[in-house]
Design a protein around this ligand. Sequence first.
Ligand code: NAP
Length: 381
Amino acid sequence: MRPSLPPGRRVVVRAYGETPLEAVEQHLAIEPMEAPDPATLGPRDVVVAVRSASVGWVDLLMTSGQYQHMPAPPYCPGLEWAGEVVWAGGAVEPAEVAVGDAVLGDGLLAGPRSLGDYRAYGGFASYAVAPVEAVRRIPAGLSFDQACNLLGSYETAYHCLIARGRLAAGETVLVHGASGATGLAAVHVAKLTGARVIATGRSSAKLAVVAAQGADHVLDIGDGAGGVRAFRDEVKALTGGRGVDVVYDGVGGDVSLESLRCVAFGARVLVVGWASTPFVAQGKGQRGAPNANRLPTNLIMMKGLDVLGCPTVISTVVDPSIRAPRLAQVWSWAEAGRVVPYVGGSFAFDDVKEAMRAKWRGEVVGGCALRPDPLAPSIAE
Ligand SMILES: NC(=O)c1ccc[n+]([C@@H]2O[C@H](COP(=O)([O-])OP(=O)(O)OC[C@H]3O[C@@H](n4cnc5c(N)ncnc54)[C@H](OP(=O)(O)O)[C@@H]3O)[C@@H](O)[C@H]2O)c1
């Protein structure tokens, strides 16, 4: 018999900001949190003492209502988390999960990116509540920090490169934003596919990590002032003048335009995101696209390009059947130790604002983790 769960703390976003940084400074706070009361929970629910929550780009964008999915403030951020099960409802089979298990949460089925009743429980908190279908035992060998940075990034990499991009062994892929969470996952997934990876970024220090993580070539395309310079000649040289077969573009803006100058005829250009022009919606949850990126149709036509939008979550909502093979592949890679998320920064709970600032400023390579108060060890006694 376990003791009753002690109170904890959680982060709350009280109102949307004009920008993510403004939201972090003005509208985000840590507040006390009562432990979830099992009497109010369902027979298939579980309570998890969160040990690590991923601090992702989407978590930041959500705080200003500039992400397409908008939980109404006040809300608790933290799309993805990992921790220890501290309570399970009476209809949860031990073969599913049991108290004491280390689990990760599926951010599409619970937490602020989900659609139903579990949206209230974000990972930036001592406790998360989820239906048992939304938790999975962490593959052996993964830490809590790594586990909470698994599904979102690797499902994105799989959806973009494989489901949409049909990346094949022997092809060459140009991965932009390769030091980021999804970019580094894309480097890993592309290498597992047998492709050759040319990875770009604006920091040679971060690119050294990307190279150590498996990229065949790294190109520092920074212009020294926060922007990017031309890189077509280097990419052409690395591909014998032919250009790349696939572009994984999570950066947008000038990077997209320059990429179209160094692709092979018939290449696939994967529109993953636009980290360089994040404000395609206005702040405080207002819609509108003042900075929407534009691509030249003449190059798309004459090079016979396939420009493919790659929304990982929306595609799944439209066609739920596409998720099972994606999850199965990512999971089997993780269980076999073939993908291990690289986590470049871990922050104490009290440093949540610094964690979010660092993530927004691009100071963290790969995944980023926030560690709620260590309640779990005392509960587990
Ligand atoms: N398609 C989907 O379903 C999906 C899923 C998740 C995320 N996304 C999107 O994908 C993008 C990347 O997400 P993420 O989680 O990987 O973000 P991230 O971890 O913040 O990484 C983004 C990377 O982009 C580069 N970058 C940022 N600002 C830049 C600028 N002004 N110019 C050039 N490069 C810049 C940075 O690399 P350097 O500093 O090394 O240059 C950074 O490491 C975001 O737009 C996100 O919304 C899409």
